[in-house]
Write a protein that binds this ligand. Structure first.
Ligand code: F6P
Length: 355
């Protein structure tokens, strides 16, 4: 059997650990197996590029960040657009066949899964794996890469807290997550943030200002606010994303964080600063939890492929590893519910959400 592996979309910690586990499983369970890496995600498949993965390529990569296969973003919308008479999807299917693949492992996020579902519909044998620091893939309790990002963001907030305390400042820490607030919610709670602002719970600037002023009245000397990059003002909700982006671009900003900091300082009178964590959250060595999860998911996905179970993606349900049909989860997202137990518990211990 010949297996192809690609990593697609934004990277995260744990990709290499998954690649290693897939290869280890195949090496031990399939006679005369061939494994090839496809570089740059779907980009490599569109161009028809692949190279053999040898044992020494993946033997020692469990704790290595990034992806040895490299990655790229290939927007789903462009997959079916004709370019000189052929679509990218057609090119990928053609190259899948030319490469002689029996199965393709696609390690990626929600967008990657949508394209994987298309490939399946065109007759390619695909097994997906749920990757992303955003933890927003539908049908799995958790994605690999998420927990490492939570650890990184938590440690960053811990560090920011000490300087916030020294200067009696309000600090806004911007955390990745454009559509989903999982990372901000988990890191915010873990680091003891006073307030957490996420895309799923639009916030009011008045409420945030009142919250900070009240904390200071109660003799708290500094305030920590974890803000998801996709956090939205309640007043912005009625606008389309493109309209919000236009207004922010006019102000020279891409997120709401800088604007909020400016208003907060002006209205509360307390020095306010922002810190954008950015790609720190995606890079570096995976934490132990992600190494374990990635190894379990990789081994499980390889077994699915060896058993001829295609058109599926590995998933976590409670403590079990399981799978979902790609057709059932493609195009769906998993968001934080504003009334979920974690949010309610956070509010019950005094964490504000600006609502
Ligand atoms: O991979 C998810 C993510 O890190 C999001 O949290 C973030 O909004 C986005 O990717 C950034 O994308 P890019 O790498 O294209 O700048």
């Amino acid at each position: 059997m010949k297996f192809g592996i690609l990593t697609s979309g934004g990277d995260c910690s744990g990709l290499n650990a998954v690649i290693r586990a897939i290869c280890f499983y195949i090496e031990r369970n399939v006679k005369n197996a061939e494994i090839v890496g496809i570089p740059d995600g779907y980009g490599g498949l569109i161009r028809g590029e692949s190279y053999p993965l040898r044992h020494e390529d993946y033997d020692d990569i469990l704790g290595l960040g990034g992806t040895i296969l490299r990655t790229s973003r290939q927007p789903f919308k462009q997959m079916t657009v004709s370019d000189g008479g052929t679509t990218r999807l057609q090119k990928m299917c053609e190259n899948y066949r030319k490469m002689g693949l029996d199965c393709l492992f696609t390690l990626g996020g929600a967008g990657t899964h949508k394209t994987a579902a298309l490939l399946c519909m065109e007759g390619c044998n695909v097994v997906g794996l749920p990757k992303t620091i955003d933890n927003d893939i539908y049908g799995t309790d958790v994605t690999f890469g998420f927990q490492t990002a939570v650890e990184v963001a938590t440690e960053a907030i811990d560090r920011i807290r000490t300087t916030a305390a020294s200067h009696s400042r309000t600090m806004l820490i911007e955390i990745m997550g454009n559509k989903a607030g999982w990372l901000t919610l988990h890191a915010g709670i873990a680091a003891g943030a006073d307030m957490i602002l996420i895309p799923e719970i639009p916030f009011s600037v008045d409420k945030v200002c009142e919250f900070v002023a009240e904390q200071r009245r109660q003799c708290k000397t500094h305030t920590i606010i974890a803000v998801a990059e996709g956090a939205v003002l309640a007043s912005e909700v009625k606008f389309k994303k493109s309209e919000r982006t236009f207004v922010r671009t006019e102000r020279g900003e891409s997120t709401v964080t800088a604007h909020l900091a400016e208003v907060l300082q002006e209205r509360t009178g307390f020095e306010t600063r922002t810190s954008v964590l950015g790609y720190l959250q995606r890079g570096g060595t995976p934490c132990a939890y992600d190494r374990l999860l990635s190894s379990r998911l990789g081994g499980y996905a390889a077994k699915l492929a060896c058993d001829g179970k295609f058109g599926v993606t590995a998933a976590v349900s409670g403590t079990r590893i399981t799978f979902n049909a790609l057709a059932d989860i493609a195009g769906k997202y998993k968001f934080v519910s504003p009334s979920c137990e974690t949010v309610r518990f956070a509010e019950s211990i005094g964490i504000g959400f600006g609502r």
